[in-house]
Ligand binder design. Structure first.
Ligand SMILES: C[S@@+](CC[C@H](N)C(=O)[O-])C[C@H]1O[C@@H](n2cnc3c(N)ncnc32)[C@H](O)[C@@H]1O
Length: 335
């Protein structure tokens, strides 16, 4: 597909959705989760430059509200691994905030490269950084991205299609035990063993999985529960994008780069993501992380945790946006 065609088809999905929902702008198609909680956690300088980093831009749902709080000379930096998102949202936001005097920087990269990319931009510290992890609701509407078991398309699932390997590579080459591990560990799928066995059996018969439909049909043969497809597809997505590893690396770098009293805010949708965030926050809020009687690690605390328990969406938010029901947010301040 050509670049213009790809962009056109994405816009068509938006337009169809807009018609159905009678909505007004792209930004409104994906309802941002825990928006008030995120925006209210911002502590901004009044007389000094603020440097804000949004690690997961998508269509700028959160970003638009955060930008409204900024002043002239502040810097706003966006990351998104998905080039198509930036292609659409960058011109929109540049136009919308052209008069604001805020410096906007768009970085099409994985947030695992946060430190390297910020240093290249001459930025060595930031005031505020946030992550809204996972995929956007519209990713699953694009058959050619391979995120949905409901639409037939290439079994890809990469946020950034220019790097890494597609999900089909995992299905076609991982050992049975490795497939089982990701199906079990990431999503605790009860039929994991039989699904992994069947994949390997089909491979032995010469099958090479190329499409979402092929995998979806195999899962349906083994398990009658619709949730099995959801779980297997999500587990593959996490593995394809190495989602857990990149969070760990990026959050550690972000904490190191935060300025004093700077804030880090993270919204996650999966218990393993939340566990990683909770663990890092806990470690970084302690003066010693070794278990020796006399400390030998010399670790110094860097954070004050603001959320002892995660922030959860209110019932009203879950009612109006069911996608928010699994969201959990944590934030902490650099000390
Ligand atoms: C849930 S959406 C963000 C929605 C946005 N906060 C809003 O309210 O409109 C997550 C976005 O993060 C991007 N993303 C996911 N993992 C990423 C990573 N490791 N690096 C950069 N972008 C990533 C996805 O492409 C997607 O656009």
């Amino acid at each position: 597909m050509t670049k213009t065609k790809t962009k056109k088809s994405l816009i068509n999905i938006f337009l169809t959705k807009m018609k159905k929902k009678e909505e007004k702008s792209f930004g409104e198609l994906h309802i941002s989760v825990l928006l008030d909680e995120l925006v209210e956690s911002i502590g901004l300088h009044k007389n000094k430059q603020n440097i804000i980093v949004d690690c997961t831009l998508w269509m700028g749902g959160h970003a638009r509200w955060v930008l409204k709080k900024l002043k002239k000379w502040d810097v706003f930096i966006w990351f998104d691994a998905d080039k198509r998102n930036l292609e659409i949202v960058q011109p929109e936001l540049e136009k919308e905030f052209a008069e604001s005097g805020i410096e906007l920087k768009f970085i099409n990269d994985n947030f695992v490269n946060l430190k390297k990319r910020l240093l290249e931009e001459g930025i060595s510290s930031m005031t505020w950084i946030y992550y809204d992890l996972g995929i956007s609701s519209l990713h699953v509407d694009e058959a050619d991205r391979g995120f949905s078991f409901k639409l037939d398309g290439p079994l890809d699932m990469r946020f950034d299609t220019s790097t890494g390997v597609p999900a089909s590579h995992i299905v076609n080459s991982y050992d049975q035990s490795d497939l089982l591990k990701i199906f079990r560990e990431y999503w605790e799928e009860p039929s994991a063993r039989r699904i992994a066995e069947e994949i390997v059996l089909q491979r032995k018969k010469g099958m090479r999985f190329k499409t979402t439909k092929e995998l979806s049909e195999l899962i349906a043969k083994i398990s009658k529960f619709p949730k099995s497809k959801t779980r297997i597809f999500q587990a593959l997505r996490i593995e394809t994008n190495k989602e857990l590893e990149v969070i760990e690396q990026s959050v550690q770098d972000a904490i190191d780069m935060l300025e004093e009293w700077g804030t880090i805010f993270i919204i996650s949708f999966h218990s393993l993501e939340d566990r990683i965030v909770k663990h890092i926050f806990k470690q970084e809020s302690k003066d010693c992380i070794c278990s020796e009687l006399l400390c030998i690690c010399k670790h110094k605390k860097k954070l004050k945790i603001s959320t002892k328990k995660p922030i959860l969406p209110w019932d009203d938010e879950i009612k109006s946006n069911p996608r928010s029901r699994s969201a959990k947010a944590r934030f902490a301040i650099k000390i």
